[in-house]
Unconditional design. Structure first.
Lengths: 336, 336
């Protein structure tokens, strides 16, 4: 199955569609296809990938047919190895073969990573791809958490810092983004051996990275750093803890609003404002997470992605592919 | 400085005071001494430890005099090694020498751990002490996160599960507490090598631990498990992330309340209820974190501890010491 990566010219890239796994996500295919239609209406070329009988109405969009689907709960590596004609594997092949500019899936995250990695391959000199997830900062562009879960075990974090910096600049317009290392104290002596070693390397100077020191978990939301670097285990625990805590707080507030007639009346006034504030935090409004370090653009949507989230993810994938994100990443990590 | 640990009888223990580091905490000594007075009025015997000139008015409480203070930002191990006549080291020695039932400090956490470890020693067969921190569960007793920061690097988590279970039962009355392992997915195959190995060991059965599987960060607050096990790095990042996210959410809500005249009026109705709900989450209302695995009771208060928090911490330390928590821990980890 290993074939050469086909690289379209910049002009050709802008005309290529983004390949969307029509069967990925809790609300697939209905909301996924609806999101694709929305993005297409907004000028993003899209091609759906999936089994025609399962996808159903494509609302006028092109469909690349396949016969299999990797389920949400399926073992990622085994799924990708066995289901060579699945929507995820086919989407990754469209990018590899120069027939799509990027791929998007809100399905099985592990299988999305495995498909992209096995079919597109890694960028030269990138040891391990990582997932960059936007962390909300009200009134400012999101910070980026790398790695938020691609690697449960990491032996080097410096490339994550480099790739996260390119992504922050390209995607969120942070010029010369500030990078911090997630740890358990500000002092360089704090943390695991990997964190301490990474601190020393970043402090000594790494190309493309402006290091501002360690950052503690309490600053993960509203972060002073534009890029937050962690191993994938810690990053994933922290990301989910932050999500869970915000949801927990939201439930507490809703409980307070439901307390009695008086609080309900006050709630009627506040609820629209609260929902607007919560909406700004919604990870889906930012378009999704990004797999950095594979040879192509791969955007990973939240499993619960709505049509709006999918449309945002497709726009993000298209913009990053046409801006040659992969090329920029490759030049930085290769040291050219 | 190594001397034999003196073990008072159960009756003697109940009459011994809890040794309180009068100089530990952001609000020391005023709020610390006020908290001690409060606890003493509530029937908890307390002895203050600190330099008389710095402590000032003891409000009628006994003071064990010393000449030094380990500052909040000071290097813990060096501080304990150099400042042998500091309030922290002296407090730990009072426990070792059978002159206090327990020690409490809201000062330098690392130095508190080091003092307790070096002066009281470890319980037999305990590889590494760990910090147990209560995690709020509205309407239920808190869950316990072990280790929340004693060890940046861990090679075994099973004893944390055992000690956390004893603590949950003893402190929060959770009969047969349910224990979960903090990871990045429910499957046993998820996580770091240490997490996977620990999962296998707990699954196979460990004395005193009822294992219910992995738990993700999003369930850290309102946890279905009574005991949540993590290495100290991950646990500390998760704890601070949860604290930070709750504070972040609180700021958002306050911003919404301040939006305009109408929301301010609604806020007047809701604020007392919101503050009550937030108060339930306040880590200080639960009395503080606990160092498990040293040969004695050592309670670690939050740096920002108020007088109420200190009084709660003293009550907690006294109750656990008189209930012979250390003896129970020692019997379980020793396998007797």
């Amino acid at each position: 199955m290993a074939r050469d990566r086909v690289r379209p010219s910049a002009e050709a890239l802008a005309k290529l569609p983004v390949a969307l796994d029509a069967m990925g996500g809790d609300k697939a295919p209905a909301d996924i296809v609806a999101g694709a239609r929305r993005a297409a209406d907004d000028g993003v070329p899209v091609v759906l990938v999936g089994p025609p009988a399962l996808v159903g109405d494509t609302f006028g969009l092109d469909l690349v047919e396949c016969t299999e689907v990797i389920e949400m709960a399926e073992d990622p590596t085994a799924g990708v190895r066995r289901k060579k004609d699945s929507s995820l594997v086919r989407a990754a092949e469209l990018v590899r073969d120069g027939k799509a500019s990027a791929m998007v899936s809100a399905g099985n995250t592990g299988a999305t990573m495995a498909s992209a990695l096995l079919r597109m391959g890694r960028l030269p000199k990138v040891t391990r791809p990582c997932i960059a997830t936007p962390m909300p900062r009200p009134g400012r562009p999101p910070a980026v958490l790398v790695d938020s879960g691609a690697n449960a075990e990491c032996t080097m974090l410096v490339q994550f810092a480099q790739m996260g910096s390119v992504f922050s600049a390209e995607r969120y317009g942070c010029a010369d983004p500030a990078t911090a290392l997630l740890s358990i104290g500000e002092e360089p002596s704090k943390g695991t051996p990997l964190v301490k070693e990474t601190h020393a390397l970043l402090e000594a100077g790494v190309r493309g990275v402006r290091f501002i020191g360690n950052l503690e978990g309490r600053e993960l939301l509203g972060s002073p750093a534009d890029v937050i670097v962690a191993d994938g285990f810690t990053g994933n625990v922290a990301l989910k803890t932050a999500e869970g805590a915000l949801r927990f707080a939201m439930r507490l507030v809703l409980d307070v609003l439901a307390h009695d007639e008086e609080t309900k009346a006050a709630g009627d006034v506040l609820l629209p404002h609260l929902l607007a504030a919560a909406g700004e935090l919604d990870p889906e409004s930012t378009g999704g997470a990004m797999l950095l370090g594979v040879d192509g653009v791969c955007v990973i949507g939240h499993g619960s992605s709505s049509a709006v989230a999918i449309a945002n993810a497709l726009r993000m994938a298209y913009d990053l592919a046409t801006a040659d994100l992969s090329g920029r990443l490759a030049r930085l990590t290769a040291g050219d």
